[in-house]
Write a new protein. Sequence first.
Length: 382
Amino acid sequence: MRRTPIVVSALALAGITGLAACSPDDTAGSGGTAAAAGRPGKITVAASDTACTVAKSELAAGTSTFTITNSGSKVTEFYVYAAGDRVMGEVENIVPGLTRDVVMELPPGMYETACKPGMTGKGIRNPLKVAGEHQPLSGNAQLAEAVASYKRYIKSQSDTLLTKTEEFADAVKAGDVAKAKELYPVARTYWERIEPVAEIFGDLDPAIDARENDVADGQEWTGYHKIEKDLWVAKDVSGDKKIADKLVTDVTTIVNKANSATLSPVQLANGAKGLLDEVATGKITGEEDRYSHTDLWDFDANLQGSKAAVQSLRPVLQEREPALVKTLDEKFAAAEAELGKHRSGDGWKLHTELSKGDLRALSDAVNALAEPISKLAAVVAR
């Protein structure tokens, strides 16, 4: 939804390669023909600039793996929506020639699939019927406790998110640019930690967190990044009082929805991977906080949010794949150590203070972590 093709050019300019965009099942740049031809047990999706052809329009309830191949010229993404555009699962940043997999748990009901060429708008949609008996993964006691543990984490972070966003909005409305600049990365830290849950709820995420080039024609740009631009570029937020009030209203809605949401264990696994994709496509490149350059605050928050999801799943993973747990512990520690080199007081260096070598080392650490994390959903879905 939020990662537009501008990211690709940013990667080239930075000279960074090998970012965390692919899972072990991905076939980037090597033709993607295996996915197009179909793999056992996977639902192929042929995406282009004008089409989104899903191999099946009816599925049995339970876990399913969608394999999406982008043969178009634009970066795309794939979603499955329930009623009200509630996101059941997604995969972003599928660049031309890339194939990516996503595992979802779908109870019986009517859904819509969607490909979004250019990663904006409502996308190319098709109906999807899911039928039959369903034994939820959360029927497993360990997985149920994993979800409960993660929801406790989400509550703690979302409650503080609301408090810090209110403080940020008050500074904006008071015209206190210096204080608002100080509070901006702090408030966003809590947002970035819970973003996998926040993204579930339709248009609220873009209203809160869209960047200027993510806004569709005819839509108003609101949220954190609109105020960010006014703080660092215009250095004037006198016209942002309504935007600040709307931000608090939208964050309040997200917090309430996040705390009452029903989550699948697979969503925890996908969220852990999705947060690393966020790092690779927005934080390391400097695209996310392009005016304030406070991307490393977000980087740390995404890393910690991903780790929290993994820790919630840890008892299950330890029982099913203990070697994977050991690898994850090692790779998280390595990524945290690499990021820790760029501490500055209680916060972080600005993105503009990092060299290309610094950014490459960070991307390597994230890439090394993304590979084992990409295995989580399949382990959880067993």
